[in-house]
Design a protein around this ligand. Structure first.
Ligand code: SF4
Length: 94
């Protein structure tokens, strides 16, 4: 198996070109807590409010066990403070 014909190599390359993106996606999924959400840094998430804008009144916030506990967010990955803020902030009422 040390010597491949050109034909075999070319076919293997073409198959690899199809398989590799799927493999990359699988690896990314393992590395991130939730690959469907945006990383906190990318969304400029901060653990403090921006004026009166904060996660507890954002429509994407999913509350924790009580009002002062961290919850999660529909679009930003990881643990989210009710007093946090990010660039995707959208008031619940809008
Ligand atoms: S979108 Fe941003 S501001 Fe809104 S809950 Fe998620 S992290 Fe907080």
């Amino acid at each position: 198996m040390a010597h491949h014909s050109t034909g075999f190599t070319r076919r293997a390359f073409l198959e690899g070109a199809i398989v590799l993106p799927a493999l990359a996606a699988a690896v990314t999924g393992v590395a991130a807590a939730d690959a469907s959400k945006a990383p906190q840094a990318q969304m400029h998430y901060q653990t403090s409010p921006n004026g009166n804008m904060h996660c507890a009144i954002c429509k994407f916030f999913i509350p924790g066990k009580d009002a002062s506990s961290n919850g999660t967010c529909q679009i930003v990955d990881g643990s989210i403070s009710p007093n946090g803020y990010c660039m995707a902030y959208t008031p619940k009422s809008s």
